[in-house]
Ligand binder design. Structure first.
Ligand code: IMP
Ligand code: MG
Length: 190
């Protein structure tokens, strides 16, 4: 059960973090390594990298700058989940991709995968558009909570069963901009 957390907005945001799980240096090193693998695998293929706003912005920005093959970028946005919609695994696309992906190599990038329900829904939706290939890159994988098996071609860190914030991950839209990932004081995983 997530308890309401009211940080002190007059203090630096770092004061609200009880523990850092992944440092900025660890994250940057991992993202560079993922970028290197992606560059090797996709050289000559010009993939479209696709991300879901807003959490993935930080990862996308760093990952793309560590990729040195040709690549194109597109984003989509979904309605933020409520506990009910999350259980159904249904999300509504409120901003679709701008590019047609039929016949293209698509690399779907996600900051975190938990149950996998959101990602599963989105991958099924993209598959109906008949991309040449569709692979997934995720930085934080909380495999212990997975309800649907999704093959992950590129995987960064295993995430423990604790609610974390930073590097795109938010608590009620806050703390996304932390350069590291940490545990917020007094907030537990739902
Ligand atoms: P799922 O894989 O469908 O369960 O949903 C994953 C989504 O839940 C992510 O896109 C995040 O928005 C959110 N999420 C999961 N775990 C965390 C966390 O520890 N901190 C912040 N957001 C999280
Ligand atoms: Mg997200």
């Amino acid at each position: 059960m997530t308890r309401e957390y009211q940080g002190d907005p007059t203090m630096p945001v770092h004061a609200d973090i009880s523990e850092v799980l992944f440092t900025e240096a660890e994250i940057q090193a991992k993202v560079k390594e993922l970028g290197r693998q992606i560059s090797e695998d996709y050289r000559g293929k010009t993939p479209i990298v696709v991300g879901v706003l807003k959490g993935v912005l930080f990862l996308l920005s760093d990952l793309l700058r560590s990729i040195d093959c040709q690549v194109e970028l597109d984003v989509l946005a979904v309605s933020s989940y409520s506990p009910e919609t999350r259980n159904q695994g249904y999300v509504r696309i409120i901003k679709d991709l701008e590019m047609p992906i039929q016949g293209r190599h698509v690399l779907f990038v996600e900051d975190v995968i938990d149950t996998g329900l959101t990602l599963n829904f989105l991958l099924n939706s993209l598959r109906t558009r008949e991309p040449a290939s569709l692979e997934v890159c995720v930085l934080f994988d909380r495999r212990s909570r997975r309800l649907i098996d999704i093959p992950l071609k590129y995987r960064g860190f295993e995430l423990p069963e604790r609610f974390v914030v930073g590097y795109g991950l938010d608590y009620r839209e806050k703390y996304r901009h932390l350069p590291y990932v940490g545990v917020l004081k007094a907030v537990a995983l739902d």
